[in-house]
Design a protein around this ligand. Structure first.
Ligand SMILES: Nc1nc2c(c(=O)[nH]1)N[C@H]1C(S)=C(S)[C@@H](COP(=O)(O)OP(=O)(O)OC[C@H]3O[C@@H](n4cnc5c(=O)[nH]c(N)nc54)[C@H](O)[C@@H]3O)O[C@H]1N2
Ligand SMILES: Nc1nc2c(c(=O)[nH]1)N[C@H]1C(S)=C(S)[C@@H](COP(=O)(O)OP(=O)(O)OC[C@H]3O[C@@H](n4cnc5c(=O)[nH]c(N)nc54)[C@H](O)[C@@H]3O)O[C@H]1N2
Ligand SMILES: [Mo]
Length: 768
């Protein structure tokens, strides 16, 4: 890599020519630009494939381009002509590959053959599919009990593959379904299920056209959901208020130029997005929202005209306890914890009060804390007080990450499945699904570390890199008898081998899926509960690839003594899988038929209809005290040097653990990823200067050393005491035992760390 390291503040709106230039650069790097441009034109079109990027919804407008800069990178990344084939593996040992960084690994191209690890040569050798499936089947069947195996899912897996996967695993006998959701929006699901009776967002895309105000918490759509900026800029142009809570001033939330709008491209300055931009401290959102409610309560007591009394009387319970909790929270607590002034919070509250229809959106900035469930419930309370659930232009909108992470849950990828779901599949398939809870991601790692779980199977994803406490997670995986990864590209997880290890290459979204000569489509569900079809048009990169559903079928046939379905006929025609989904999961009536309609169909949302699937059949206010502190208080006493709270986040040139490039344009970072964002006052407090190199060490309640080294200090507008750095480089710092209450989500946005001067040189060029 020859890219120069540089820090140079970005002064333009998000999007615009920079986005076009960046997409272009990545297309050219793939060495098959023309083919990939054709592929891009297919993205999110009615007859094309679902963008493998994020889970934002699709609008119904007819237009030639329905992808964004980062969707372009995702497509381009998958549709490469470069190959990681048996010849590649014969050249490189696993030990050597392990020394390369994540960028190098994924850049090598697409996996083409099933491979089996050879311990003697420390290399992967080609293996035929049947042998691979037999190895899986025999290893699973040699376990003492089915709960000794972990079945991971990443959120790109289609509905069809996910449905078959959970059927296979439950027939085998366990609910051990750790998934990426456990590290992502788990807290949203847990929180909303308790308050609104549904674990999914209550809004549709149309609601954004009617909202009077949109409150955005802990989310960076300019990078992670670029198509959301289009929706936000339309809302801003028609006069809706947009309020952002984010410790960082993210450019996409300030100003945006739509690269697909010629008029905007030629004008200067872009569309302003956020009207009121508040920068709370990490983890300070619950306090900020509590403050807003405190302001509202004061006005309500004077005027009796703030709350939606009719809605509350008819639909809600728990308001008295909740308001008592609000009364007992002092302004001192609120301003200390949020880092915002009372005046700023009053400003946000006034905007909320004058708006009749309000949407709250959020992502990882809220979900990856200890008190995430409480924070999200504070937001649902805020919404309920003014009847902002179940009316047009209003509602709760957790913006999902992976393109089908929501669909995978709908299909039953859930370690804590509902009894109704299990009863339904048992009835349909004549199996006895296990009733005990399975392992989530944190519990799966703990079980493997303890030697209790001995087989790991990953349906996509990059478990070793995406999970917390990387050193211990790698140890956990390498202790297994067998590790299996179904994947499109080589990644770190494939190099952390169990006693036996397999890499099983699968078709990607952009590729044709032909079964017995007939093209198949798959389906996905977006953040707005819209289900639609996806079919790729490219020729597969190798004739050895199988589809994910076919790989599940192969594993099931080799494992189960009694088959719950005729796998071969389901794989021959995926319509059959969809018929089974229709028979077992509510909302999929006439599934195959409904898919003919452009844009797919809406699964429905009970809270949107003001039907509450909670224990009491009411929407619930749940009263929580503010957390005592964002990180455990006792840690303060453990260290003598300043204790910081670190958030780990995404750069503009990555998709989770997949690093496309080394730039983070909107934050002014070029050619590097090992940077640490820190404010000027903290740099001074440390008696260091911008550009210095530091090592980071976690402070935790155990004696395990967790360190990463050689990060460059970048002076940034960020609250004092808070830091930011990229994931996955910082995952070794996240203690496995530091997770959210009730959600078990690793606290990737609140890691207690100290800094020390590093001996590593940075070689950085600072420009201003
Ligand atoms: N291009 C691209 N697109 C993606 C992804 C990707 O990696 N690349 N990943 C996909 C996935 S799986 C997901 S889950 C989503 C993630 O989408 P995001 O949640 O936008 O992703 P992060 O980079 O983790 O950004 C977190 C944002 O929250 C802010 N934040 C952090 N802590 C706090 C806090 O305590 N309070 C508040 N108010 N803000 C906070 C950060 O400053 C940052 O702006 O994106 C999806 N889309
Ligand atoms: N510190 C820290 N850690 C985090 C986060 C954070 O913000 N901070 N975010 C968390 C979040 S929100 C998430 S969602 C997780 C993500 O965790 P994962 O979903 O496990 O990770 P990804 O990086 O998305 O997985 C990338 C790999 O998926 C494979 N892949 C890509 N497309 C396909 C496909 O179509 N089929 C199959 N079978 N494989 C495919 C490729 O081999 C690629 O290497 O990470 C979490 N980890
Ligand atoms: Mo995610």
């Amino acid at each position: 890599m020859t890219e120069t390291k540089k820090v140079k503040p970005y002064t333009h709106p998000a999007g615009g020519w920079g986005a076009l230039a960046s997409s272009g650069k990545h297309l050219l790097k793939s060495k098959q630009a023309v083919k990939n441009i054709k592929t891009l034109l297919d993205t999110n079109q009615d007859q094309g494939f679902d963008c493998p990027g994020c889970a934002w919804g699709e609008d119904h407008e007819k237009k030639a381009f329905k992808f964004c800069e980062n969707g372009a990178k995702a497509v381009n990344w998958e549709a490469t002509s470069k190959k990681v084939d048996p010849e590649f593996f014969s050249r490189h040992s696993v030990s050597w590959l392990k020394q390369q960084d994540d960028y190098f690994l994924e850049y090598q191209g697409r996996l083409t053959h099933p491979m089996r690890y050879n311990r003697e040569t420390d290399k992967y050798d080609p293996v035929d599919w049947d042998t691979a499936f037999e190895l899986i089947g025999s290893t699973l069947n040699q376990l003492d009990h089915p709960h000794q195996a972990e079945f991971y899912t990443s959120g790109r897996t289609s509905n069809e593959a996910a449905f078959l996967y959970q059927l296979f695993v439950r027939s085998f006998g366990t609910n051990n379904f750790p998934d990426c959701s456990n590290m992502c929006h788990e807290a949203s699901g847990v929180a909303m299920k308790q308050t609104l009776g549904v674990g999914k967002g209550t809004v549709t895309l149309d609601d954004f056209e009617q909202a009077d105000a949109i409150f955005i918490f802990g989310q960076n759509p300019g990078t992670n959901h670029p198509r959301m900026l289009d929706v936000l800029s339309k809302a801003s142009k028609r006069g809706a208020s947009i309020v952002t809570f984010n410790p960082l001033k993210e450019r996409g939330l300030e100003r945006f130029t739509n690269p697909q709008n010629p008029a905007e491209m030629l004008s200067h300055g872009g569309t302003p997005i956020t009207g009121l931009y508040l920068t709370p401290k990490l983890g300070g959102d619950m306090a900020a929202v509590r403050g807003m409610v405190k302001v509202m309560l004061e006005v309500e007591r004077e005027t009796k005209a703030v709350f939606d009394h009719a809605f509350i009387a008819q639909h809600c319970e728990g308001i008295d306890d909740y308001l008592a909790a609000v009364d007992s929270t002092s302004w001192q607590q609120i301003t200390d914890q949020s880092g915002l002034s009372r005046k700023q919070i009053e400003h946000a509250a006034r905007i909320y009060l004058k708006s009749n229809r309000v949407i709250c959106t959020w992502a990882m900035g809220l979900t990856q804390h200890r008190h995430s469930v409480a924070t999200i419930q504070e937001i649902t309370s805020l919404l309920l007080l003014r009847g902002n659930i179940g009316k047009p232009g209003a509602g709760a909108c957790p913006v999902r990450g992976h393109s089908n992470v929501q669909g995978d849950r709908t299909m039953g990828i859930n370690e804590r499945p509902a009894e109704t779901f299990l009863a339904s599949i048992d009835r349909q398939f004549g199996i006895n699904s296990p009733r005990n809870h399975g392992h989530n991601t944190v519990e799966a790692i703990q079980a493997m570390l303890a030697g209790e779980s001995k087989v790991f199977i990953g349906m996509g994803g990059n478990f070793a890199a995406a999970t917390p406490d990387s050193v211990r997670t790698e140890q956990a995986l390498s202790q297994c008898r067998l590790t299996v990864h179904v994947a499109t590209k080589l990644n770190r997880s494939h190099l952390v081998t169990g006693r036996e290890a397999l890499i099983l290459p699968c078709l990607g979204r952009t590729e044709k899926d032909l079964q017995q000569g007939a093209p198949q489509k798959i389906t996905v569900e977006d953040s707005f509960s819209m289900v639609h079809a996806s079919s790729g048009h490219l020729d597969p990169v190798s004739d050895q690839l199988l589809s994910e559903p076919a790989i599940v079928a192969g594993m099931a046939k080799a494992t189960l003594a009694r088959q719950p379905v005729d796998w071969d006929s389901l794989i021959a025609d995926y319509d059959g899988i969809r018929n089974l989904i229709e028979m077992t999961i509510p909302g999929f009536d006439n599934f195959n038929h409904e898919l003919q309609y452009p844009g797919g169909f809406y699964l429905g949302n009970s809270a949107r209809d003001r039907a509450w699937n909670t224990e009491s059949n009411k929407a619930r206010f749940i009263a929580h005290d503010l957390p005592e502190s964002i990180i455990p208080v006792e840690l303060e006493q453990q260290v003598s040097s300043p204790l910081f709270v670190l958030q780990t986040l995404r750069s503009h040139d990555q998709f989770n653990t997949t690093v496309y490039g080394l730039d983070d344009r909107y934050r002014g970072i070029y050619g590097q990823r090992k940077v640490l964002f820190i404010c000027a006052a903290d740099i001074e407090r440390l008696e260091m200067k911008a550009g210095d190199s530091v090592d980071l060490e976690s402070v935790w309640t155990d004696s395990i050393s967790r360190r990463v080294e050689g990060f460059t200090l970048v002076e940034y507008e960020i609250p004092a005491g808070n830091l930011a750095a990229y994931f996955p480089e910082t995952n070794p710092l996240v203690p496995l035992e530091s997770f959210g209450d009730q959600s078990f989500t690793p606290t990737s946005k609140a890691i207690p760390v100290t800094l020390s001067r590093s001996s590593e040189e940075t070689g950085i060029i600072m420009k201003s």
